[in-house]
Design a binder for this molecule. Structure first.
Ligand code: LLP
Length: 416
């Protein structure tokens, strides 16, 4: 019998990934076999990792916070029905930021009471749909309060949170910072105070909300931000947004859910008092490390390794300078340095600037880890490239949960 060399894959790969004889297994499935069966590019998701991360966040909140609490999935990070259904089964709430995301959350079976509606420019139709569905919370921004006074039926009161600009610059890329003074999201504290002070017939101001930004490594900016909320009076509920960083490369040292939630719960307890309802809205940290993208190598030209996807399936390197790693799926481990480029007609279509790959050749399957968050979510059809499928893997079984787009799909909306 052949001796198999088994090891655990690097920490950036989903939980329970393994490397056997240099080949990567996700959820017990050999990813080269997956590439053959489902084609490339493809998003592959370890189902167990999603569940374990949801449970880790829930347990962390139950441990660290003595009052009522809710972990709410920011659905923008991975708005696929299968992902939403899984988190609904795990008992999470869901954050939706548009009528479309509301539609997806309701279709996935979320209890409307567990839905939180966000948005700095909600339409009349979106607010109406949310009220009719009976969403648990609407986070007020812009002209929402006045509109809701008209939309909510007489005799009912819609529970709301007021989104406050806490005036804090979190240490992250400026394009994913949202709590600073110049942010388009939320009201400055003085305006929030004025909204809170008015008497509303059909709104119940249940509490306050902020979201500081994304890919934040520690809880320190929460001190000042929660302090701003504390200055606005005492409420029953506080939603302190998402933002927990994940490790995109082996060099990153992101917090575990228990550390992140523990730090925030402590700040909330100290500054807001005990027994409050604490809502947290992780998006990225629930899904990022559960997912990888598979590509096929089309050619190797000097130091360029060109694959069959790119900025149509992962915009993050181009939008935020996000750094990823890559591996040859059946020759895992370090090798020579290459520039991993996509197939798009655009010089910025560089997926990984410094990929260390072992002897990449045309036809090889390449894998980029940590693409579970905002990959599928921001996929697009640039250059007429159909969007990739999503494949769930668990215990050696793979199931297609979102099919690949077809060329016919590219013309399916044409009416002339
Ligand atoms: N809550 C609110 C109100 C948000 O706006 C967001 C993200 C979240 C929660 C979840 O944040 P997370 O835990 O995922 O950091 N496309 C960018 C990220 C934009 C996030 C926008 N809002 C990226 O790919 O990095």
């Amino acid at each position: 019998m052949m001796r198999r060399r088994m090891m655990t894959a690097r920490s950036v790969y989903p939980r329970n990934s393994a490397v056997e004889d240099g080949r990567l297994l996700i959820g017990g499935c050999d990813v080269v076999d997956l590439a053959r069966e489902f084609g490339t590019p493809a998003y592959v998701v370890a189902e167990d990792d999603l569940r374990e991360q949801a449970r880790a966040f829930k347990a962390a909140l139950a441990d660290a916070h003595e009052g009522p609490g809710e972990i709410v999935f920011a659905s923008k990070a991975f708005p696929a029905s299968a992902v939403l259904r899984l988190f609904a089964e795990e008992g999470l709430g869901v954050d939706v930021a548009s009528g479309g995301e509301l539609h997806l959350a309701l279709k996935a079976g979320f209890d409307p009471a567990k839905i939180v509606l966000h948005g700095n420019a909600k339409s009349e139709a979106e607010l109406t749909a949310a009220v009719e569905a009976g969403v648990g919370l609407i986070v007020l921004d812009g002209g929402d309060p006045e509109r809701l006074e008209r939309i909510v039926p007489a005799g009912r009161r819609q529970r709301c949170l007021v989104r406050v600009i806490p005036g804090v610059e979190a240490d992250t890329h400026e394009h994913i910072m949202t709590g600073h003074d110049a942010s388009k999201f939320g009201y400055p504290p003085s305006v929030a105070a004025e909204i809170i002070g008015r008497s509303w017939e059909r709104l119940e101001i249940a509490g306050l909300h902020f979201h500081l930004g994304s890919q934040i490594f520690d809880g320190s900016p929460f001190h000042a931000a929660v302090g701003t909320l504390a200055g606005l009076g005492e409420f029953g509920a506080y939603d302190l947004g998402g933002g927990m960083a994940v490790g995109y490369t082996r060099h990153d040292r992101p917090p575990e859910p228990a550390e992140w939630v523990g730090a925030i719960a402590e700040i909330a307890h100290d500054l807001l008092g005990p027994g409050k309802t604490l809502i947290l809205e992780p998006g990225r940290a629930l899904v990022a490390n559960a997912g990888v993208t598979l590509y096929s190598v089309e050619n190797v030209k000097q130091r360029f390794v060109a694959v069959d996807g790119g900025m149509s399936d992962n915009l993050r390197p181009m939008l935020y300078g996000a750094v990823y790693e890559a591996d040859v799926a059946d020759r895992m481990g370090d090798g020579e340095r290459y520039v991993l480029v996509g197939k798009h007609c655009e010089s910025t279509d560089v997926v990984v600037q410094g990929a260390t790959l072992r002897d990449p050749k045309p036809g090889d399957v390449l894998v980029t880890p940590v693409t579970g968050a905002y990959g599928h979510a921001m996929a697009n059809n640039y250059n007429g490239v159909p969007r990739p499928p999503v494949i769930f893997c668990k215990d050696g079984d793979a199931r297609l949960v979102v099919r690949r787009e077809t060329y016919e799909d590219l013309t399916s909306r044409d009416v002339a």
